[in-house]
Design a protein around this ligand. Structure first.
Ligand SMILES: CC(C)(COP(=O)(O)OP(=O)(O)OC[C@H]1O[C@@H](n2cnc3c(N)ncnc32)[C@H](O)[C@@H]1OP(=O)(O)O)[C@@H](O)C(=O)NCCC(=O)NCCS
Length: 159
């Protein structure tokens, strides 16, 4: 199984190919991914495929909170545990950055993503109505980042 590594600017084109996994209206632009790759408080993690990338996730830190901005696995590579590994690696990074919470928004109808997040200990804290457009609500999920030595589900799986 592919290792998790930190993305570099040369991954930009392959990150854009992964965007095809999202409905057109929800796809990120190249400049959005470029900002993630360049941001001083961001971390983009990827899993290599042959060729290209199989999966990616991007996180940003602000104070003691890390936001999971986006996570995606290419259709042929789904259900192989890649997204769970990326979340686990993101949690390790979050702790290194001094965070104690991870937050994210996800569309309320995105069953695969809700199942993924539930499997790695996120719980619902609120809802943002019409966040993705009229009638497309987001749920806000959170999980704790336990102190070092107190690893929980979804964290630090072998990379
Ligand atoms: C959501 C997504 C990132 C999951 O990626 P993945 O690499 O297939 O997920 P994993 O293989 O790590 O799955 C981990 C767990 O998540 C849950 N899960 C993942 N995909 C699922 C699906 N299609 N249906 C139900 N549960 C699912 C399961 O609990 C799974 O564990 P299991 O396989 O042991 O049962 C992927 O479906 C995707 O890229 N979707 C399109 C983009 C998207 O919606 N991203 C999230 C919002 S930013």
């Amino acid at each position: 199984m592919s290792d998790v590594r930190v993305a570099v600017m040369e991954d930009l084109a392959d990150l854009m190919l992964l965007e095809a996994s999202f409905p057109e209206a929800q796809r990120w632009s190249e400049s959005s991914w470029r900002e993630e790759l360049m941001g001083p408080r961001q971390q983009v993690l990827v899993c290599d495929g042959r060729p290209g990338l199989e999966a990616a996730a991007t996180f940003s830190v602000s104070g003691n909170v890390v936001d999971l901005h986006r996570i995606v696995t290419s259709a042929p590579a789904q259900r192989r545990g890649l997204a769970r590994r990326l979340v686990g690696a993101g949690i390790v990074w979050a702790r290194e950055m001094g965070a104690n919470r991870m937050l994210l928004e996800v569309e309320a109808t995105n069953a695969p993503a809700l199942s993924l997040y539930g499997s790695v200990c996120f719980h619902r804290i609120s809802e943002r109505r019409d966040y993705y457009g009229p009638g497309a609500h987001a749920v806000v999920l959170e999980r704790e980042i336990p102190a070092a030595g107190m690893a929980t589900v979804g964290e630090g799986e072998p990379t």
